[in-house]
Ligand binder design. Structure first.
Ligand code: IMP
Length: 191
């Protein structure tokens, strides 16, 4: 097994990533808590690369980072890379989103996830992006998931992400789609 340090302090994110990487030779581990990387990139991918590269150089191990968020068409792609900083907590972020959208008819949106993997010297070895298109509802529905899940309606299943089980969400999510693309690249890497 080769160690792959996840550039996050969030154990939930580590657990979800581990599920996508079962049956691979990669063993995930959380980054050291004192190691903070500032997200100064202008795109999801720039932030993912930055985090993976800095954590790899600081630990001397392979590293994987993701950066994700919600892009709403009628808001010109906002909140985008600022999704996590759009309000003080999930409820606040959702209420800001709904009030900015008001009764706009165009509710199209997409979740985006950028993934980057860095070699121990900080060089990016591979990267992938996953996109999940949907619509923003006028009011939240469902209790599962996190973040913007209760207002993100996924037409293919006729449910919001918060109305899906973890298993169901992980079959369709932006993160699942990014992992699907990066897995074959990972298999070809030499640890
Ligand atoms: P990150 O942890 O810097 O990638 O921030 C991602 C932010 O985007 C989170 O705090 C959420 O607000 C939002 N987000 C990303 N992925 C999801 C998802 O699957 N469901 C709901 N919100 C998400």
């Amino acid at each position: 097994m080769t160690l792959l340090v996840v550039a996050t302090g969030n154990p939930g994110k580590l657990k979800e990533m581990q599920a996508y990487l079962t049956a691979t030779r990669w063993q995930l581990q959380l980054k050291p808590p004192e190691l903070e990387v500032e997200e100064t990139g202008q795109t999801f991918m720039e932030n993912a690369r930055l985090k993976a590269s800095e954590v790899a150089k600081a630990t001397g191990e392979w590293s994987i980072a993701d950066d994700s968020g919600l892009m709403v068409n009628a808001l010109g792609g906002a909140p985008g890379i600022y999704s996590a900083r759009y309000g003080k907590d999930d409820a606040d972020r959702i209420s800001r989103l709904l009030s900015e959208l008001g009764n706009t008819r165009d509710r199209a949106a997409q979740f985006v996830c950028a993934l980057a993997i860095s070699r121990p010297d900080g060089a990016i070895a591979c990267e992938a992006e996953g996109i999940c298109p949907g619509e923003i509802l006028a009011a939240p529905r469902g209790d599962n998931g996190f973040g913007y899940d209760p207002v993100f309606y996924f037409p293919e299943k006729g449910k919001t992400f918060a109305e899906m089980s973890d298993k169901e969400k992980h079959q369709h999510s932006h993160r699942a789609r990014a992992f699907e693309t990066i897995l074959p690249q990972l298999d070809r890497l030499n640890g």
